[in-house]
Design a protein around this ligand. Structure first.
Ligand code: A3P
Length: 344
């Protein structure tokens, strides 16, 4: 099976576990390694640190160091790269279902009982060789499905120089990303930190100070790389996936080396995958309403938080005219590539 064995990573919420919907934010030892990095206000932790132009949590920086020094990519690896809240969960489900479609029937599919993050782990969450999940990573069958929020510029050479592995990148209207991210992190923010307003999140987001941001720089990094290496990086837009899921999934299959045959198309396999991975289906499954996902030893998130509204344009209900104008301006200044802009 490509990806992980889901049952090993699913956790049912019981009793006091119900309140464990936080990502812990230890400062670990980044200060000793990089004592002079600029710091900015954190969304979930007290602060973020700026490393080579991008903002990471202290823990995210440790994870990056681990990846740069220990991760051994395989040529067959399939990476899903994204900025948080751009559609990662959805795309994980679609890639997993596409790559494994001959293994599972749609009536007893692993995605019906496991969250997409259980089937398609975050590379960024692996830290120590004595962590059992690290061993799973090493022992995982080919092709490994791994995801990352890291900007292209921070990926180790071993991941990008080896151009036989494939990356799928997804991006989304930054206005919806901001709204989605603020909602998500407000739910996970440790209770001991003061409340975090949308106005504050907006200001930081515009300044680029958010996990793995500036958002626009991350998008541009992958966009440029995909223009240079189109066989290795597929660049997708959440809004296109919403509008034309069948066409995008067919393209995904082709790109990943798992093209849909005419027979499969006639049998409605693409439709079945789209239906299985739809917001309506996934968000109503028991596993996604009542269980938690364990990203790493100390990082647990309620699965239900990965599914909020799943629509395009919720920003219209949340942002002021002034916020919209400023975000649109930054977007049109920065995302100048053909097809990168959004209807405002
Ligand atoms: P909203 O908060 O706007 O609803 P990520 O997976 O990168 O964390 O992104 C989460 C966003 O994707 C959330 O957006 C979530 O509701 C939406 N989402 C999750 N699953 C989806 C699906 N199957 N189809 C469409 N959108 C989905």
């Amino acid at each position: 099976m490509a990806g992980f064995v889901p049952s090993q990573q699913s956790h049912t919420i019981s009793g006091e576990q119900k309140d464990i919907d936080l990502i812990q934010t230890t400062d670990e030892n980044h200060g000793e390694i990089f004592p002079n990095l600029p710091t900015g206000k954190g969304w979930m932790s007290e602060h973020l640190v700026q490393y080579q132009g991008f903002w990471l949590s202290p823990k995210g920086l440790n994870n990056l160091m681990w990846i740069q020094h220990h991760f051994k990519p395989r040529p067959s690896d399939i990476f899903l790269a994204s900025f948080p809240k751009t559609g990662t969960t959805w795309l994980k489900a679609l890639v997993f279902a596409t790559v494994n479609r001959t293994r599972y029937g749609f009536s007893d599919h692993p995605l019906l009982t496991a969250n997409p993050h259980d089937c398609f782990p975050f590379l960024d969450a692996y830290l120590h060789e004595n962590d059992p999940s690290f061993l799973e990573l090493d022992a995982s069958p080919t092709p490994r499905l791994l995801s990352t929020h890291l900007p292209y510029a921070l990926l180790p050479d071993s991941m990008i120089v080896n151009r036989s592995s494939r990356f799928v990148y997804i991006y989304r209207d930054p206005k919806d990303v901001l709204v989605s991210k603020w909602n998500f992190l407000s739910k996970l923010r440790p209770k001991e930190l003061p409340p975090f307003s949308l106005e504050e999140a907006f200001e930081l987001f515009c300044q680029g100070i958010s996990h793995y941001g500036p958002y626009w720089d991350q998008v541009l990094g992958y966009w440029k790389a995909s223009s240079e290496f189109p066989e290795n990086i597929l660049f997708l837009k959440y809004e296109d996936l919403k509008e034309q899921p069948l066409a995008v999934v067919k393209r995904l299959g082709e790109f990943l080396g798992y093209p849909f045959s005419l027979e499969e198309e006639n049998k409605g396999v693409v439709e079945d995958i789209v239906k299985l991975c739809s917001f309506e289906n996934l968000s109503n499954l028991e596993v996604n309403r009542k269980s938690v996902h364990k990203f790493s030893r100390d990082s647990l998130v309620d699965n239900r938080h990965f599914f909020r509204k799943g629509i395009v344009g919720d920003w219209k209900n949340c942002l002021t005219d002034e916020m919209i104008k400023r975000l649109n301006q930054i977007t049109s200044d920065k995302l100048f590539g053909p097809g990168l802009l959004f209807d405002n």
